[in-house]
Design a binder for this molecule. Sequence first.
Ligand code: MLT
Length: 207
Amino acid sequence: MTDTNGANDFIHVFEPGTDPARPPLLLLHGTGGDERDLLSLGRTVAPGASLLSPRGKVLEGAAPRFFRRLAEGVFDEADLRRRTDELADFVLKARERYGLPAPIALGFSNGANIAAALLLQRPEILAGAALLRAMKPFARAPRADLAGKPVLLLSGALDPIIPAANAEELAGQLTAGGAVVEHRVLPAGHGLGQADLALLGDWLARI
Ligand code: MLT
């Protein structure tokens, strides 16, 4: 079901799950994607889970994103903070509307970056997160209580957008908040491959 109004006015898709043991997934697409992009990935790695998939509201040219950037990898942090709250409030309203427990975020690239921002700025919103090709969203991370929250961080050793040290620092910020971080660096670039899917499916089945 695609919805263009209600739930804080994010265009989004909600697919009800069939397996109540699976936590819902909050799917967050990359730059230029939309609310349909990660649905089949979500169905593949978490069969039976409810899927909540909003479209980012910021347009870079015609490309939807979840927050503004000043250049590739250089973020407008004031906009990021505002957009993070907006997305957090959307999740709260959608949980009420669809009767959902706190979701696990599954984000790719720009979607992974706002998922990391949600963890750091509004830690109560997510039960955990899988961050695919994420970088540090904030130069200085807010102090967040992430005690026991599972986080999977999948980075690409050949990623031309994200320096290895940046992803390491993000892992450190999340670990400092108490998250249980699994950080794997794959022999890959910015795009996803079979190894990502396998690790993701395995992690989701374990948490
Ligand atoms: C971002 O802007 O969030 C990152 O540079 C990743 C991207 O979307 O290209």
